[in-house]
Design a protein around this ligand. Structure first.
Ligand SMILES: Nc1nc2c(ncn2[C@@H]2O[C@H](COP(=O)(O)OP(=O)(O)O)[C@@H](O)[C@H]2O)c(=O)[nH]1
Ligand SMILES: [Mg+2]
Length: 450
């Protein structure tokens, strides 16, 4: 996510941070480079200009230039301004209304509306504990309604039954009745893709809005299209009055121009981002965390949340309880490795950790992640129950046997046992209430990579 911009900014900052003191000229040329990096990231010109105009007086202030670490202070100023243009704080949906509460998703064809409808439904069920019904109003493209129905069925979400040939306005009325009958709190309407200049299609949205009085009319926009997404938002807003944005395909967007310009240009907040094709690849948009990621500071909070979301909660609880009691067996370790795999392997985990973009290239070359996880899994699965509970007994001959069973080299088994020992020592300390120094876990993971 936004790695091109991150790399550029990291280069600029590492120059600034190296200097023990900075002159006004140096700061000025650093700011010019930042402006250029923003423009190359497809940030709107007006936003890039405002960005620099707002940080400049702070960055060349005497107290900054004369401070002991001027480069670091500038990073902080840039961070604050990034948070500011991204929208300052996250904004949840407002679902305090009399049910059924309607939410309307609109946007261009292929922007990710149908996928986002299902993701949002799941999100609302989980975080707001409300019953959601999905409704497709896309009668124009063959199989569009079936696409939503299949997503709903696969993820156990209520879906309004399809009535062939029924038109959007009638479907809308039927949906409201059905929600009253089946006790749905929230109805998400997935509309057909349309362009902003398609007037009859726009008037259809207006009619649906009149009937449903939605709490939100959300534009689903594709992050990869950069400034186009921002302009589409402006025009949709003028036509049908948007309340917020869901930005999709952020996972594949190296630049970040849409995310950075959207709020400033349109005045509408990005509430959620799509970060992959899976139903759980969907997050609340946190300006501070995104700013952290952009500046390559990593995002430990998101990492922790992602881990707990992706996992079977019961399993987490069990692992937590064990760790609290100071129990850390190979089985606990195995379940941790599997968590990592679920989170998209080491690479998925690493991209959220501080300073990760620097070692990412290193990792790409070594392509350790998946392979290492698979090997470690095989090794642990080749251990006996006694060995798993008490790895200390794994002698040389046992290591050879495990190596044969798993097809993994003894040297790698030695390494795994060493890692296990480190982790288990750390867990023991935690269970005794000792504080683990911040950054300890990333360091441990780094060691595993070596
Ligand atoms: N990588 C990625 N793909 C997405 C995301 N959101 C949607 N897609 C994909 O984009 C394609 C079009 O999505 P769809 O929901 O059918 O778009 P619609 O025409 O607006 O309804 C599908 O292949 C989705 O899997 C996302 O956040 N990340
Ligand atoms: Mg669709």
């Amino acid at each position: 996510m936004f790695e091109n911009l991150t790399n550029k900014l990291e280069n600029i900052f590492s120059k600034l941070k190296k200097a023990p003191s900075l002159t006004e000229d140096q700061v000025d040329s650093g700011l010019k480079e930042i402006r250029q990096a923003l423009l190359e990231a497809d940030v709107a010109l007006s936003v890039a200009k405002e960005f620099i105009a707002s940080i400049k007086p702070k960055a060349i202030g005497q107290e900054i230039i004369r401070s002991t670490s001027p480069g670091q202070m500038i990073v902080k100023i840039v961070y604050d301004e990034l948070v500011n243009i991204l929208g300052t704080k996250s904004e949840e949906l407002n679902l305090k209304a009399v049910p059924p509460i309607s939410i309307l998703l609109v946007g261009l064809q292929g922007s990710g509306k149908t996928t986002s409808a299902a993701k949002l439904a799941k999100f609302i069920e989980k975080h707001f504990k409300k019953k959601v019904m999905l409704v497709s109003l896309d009668v124009y493209r063959p199989a569009a309604q079936e696409q939503l129905k299949m997503l709903a069925e696969k993820n156990s979400i209520e879906n309004l039954p399809i009535v062939e040939k029924q038109q959007p306005i009638d479907i809308t009325k039927r949906a409201l009745n059905a929600a009253n009958l089946n006790g749905s709190d929230v109805i998400i309407f997935d509309t057909a893709g349309r362009t902003q200049i398609d007037l009859p299609m726009m008037s259809e949205i207006k009619q649906v809005k009149e009937i449903t009085k939605p709490v939100e009319t959300i534009l689903v926009a594709d992050s990869l299209t950069g400034q186009i997404a921002v302009n589409v938002a402006k025009e949709f807003d003028a036509a049908v009055d948007l309340s917020s944005i869901i930005l999709t395909r952020v996972d594949g967007d190296g630049r970040g121009g849409a995310a950075l310009s959207m709020k400033q240009v349109t005045g509408k907040p990005i509430k959620y981002i799509g970060i992959g094709e899976k139903i759980s690849d969907f997050e609340l948009f946190y300006p501070d965390r995104i700013a952290n990621r952009i500046l390559g500071m990593g995002d430990v909070v998101s990492l922790v949340e992602k881990a707990s979301q992706d996992l079977d909660e019961e399993k987490i609880k069990k692992t937590e309880d064990e760790i609290k009691k100071g129990i850390f067996t190979m089985d606990t370790y195995l379940s941790q490795l599997r968590q990592m795999k679920k989170m998209g392997g080491m690479e998925g985990v690493m991209s959220l950790l501080p300073g990760a973009s620097k070692i990412k290239t290193q990792m790409d070359n070594a392509s350790i992640d998946e392979k290492m996880l698979i090997e470690n899994e095989a090794v642990i699965l080749s251990m006996t129950r006694k060995e798993k509970e008490n790895p200390k007994i794994i002698s040389g001959s046992r290591r050879k046997r495990i190596s044969k069973g798993s097809g993994v080299d003894v040297t790698k088994i030695n390494k795994l046992l060493k890692q296990f020992k480190m982790m288990s020592d750390m867990m023991k300390k935690m269970s005794q209430g000792k504080k683990i120094p911040s950054g300890a876990i990333p360091d441990e993971i780094m060691k595993q990579l070596k």
